[in-house]
Design a protein around this ligand. Sequence first.
Ligand SMILES: [Zn+2]
Length: 306
Amino acid sequence: MRHALLLFVDGIGLGPDDPAINPFASARTPTLTRLLGRNLTHTDAPIKRDGALLVPIDATLGVDGLPQSATGQTALLTGLNAPQFAGHHITAYPTAQLKDLLTEHNIFAQVRRLGGTTTLANAYTSEYFAAVEAGRLRHAAITFSALSAGVELRDLDDLRAGRAVFHDLTNARLRSWGYDVPEISPQQAGRNLGGITSERHLTVFEFFLTDLAAHRRIPIAAEAVVEMVDALLGGVLDAVDLARTLVLMVSDHGNLEDRRHDVHTRNPVPALLVGFGRESVGSALRSLMDVTPALSGWISEGLRDG
Ligand SMILES: [Zn+2]
């Protein structure tokens, strides 16, 4: 059985290889450096390495203005040009129109229709659902898609048992909010995520502190959050069988890679593919819209081959 992990990292583009501008050029990223032989910064052409492939992909989708999360994530999750449907890039939470696209076409639903198994590895608190119920929070595209496809979300019992990962990786935010959960390293979060990945055809995980840090909405230095991503990826790669597993890290738009301002960028975003199937999936990627068709096609092929 082949496994795929869609590791979604919000708000990271491929920016200049300049430590004064780009924290991906100044942070310590041993995992990325080992995989790519360089840092995760601008490249015109795909970088092919033994075991890894980096493809720069377009996040603007032919629509003017700065790419935004609701439309970018909808394009990623459905394979459709969501900003073109909407007429512009839409920030944060999916609108009714985007929800219709997500409900019908999201990757969780696609994999399920193929007969595959799928999960969202993020942990949720009961307070999160209460806040949504009360109208104080809205589901972002990934959570909305998982729920609409009937994917059961993971809770803090799963998290304590190492069967879920909280969005901040370490559980520090949960602990600061008073929850009794252990603090873990980003590497351990990655190993836990790798364990989850090995049980399903498709696992999705959403990390968005990158975008929050870039918007300066949380007091975490840009380098520190880059190093969290690197450690998470390192932990995942320690835990999965790369002969049977494809790890695909991708983003929805640039932001963190340019510290000169705190808004999104029109830079290409990385599609970083590690492990089995990276060439066949990676060679089909040009923009956000290609991720879901390529990934679900690859999963479908595996299901046919048994
Ligand atoms: Zn943002």
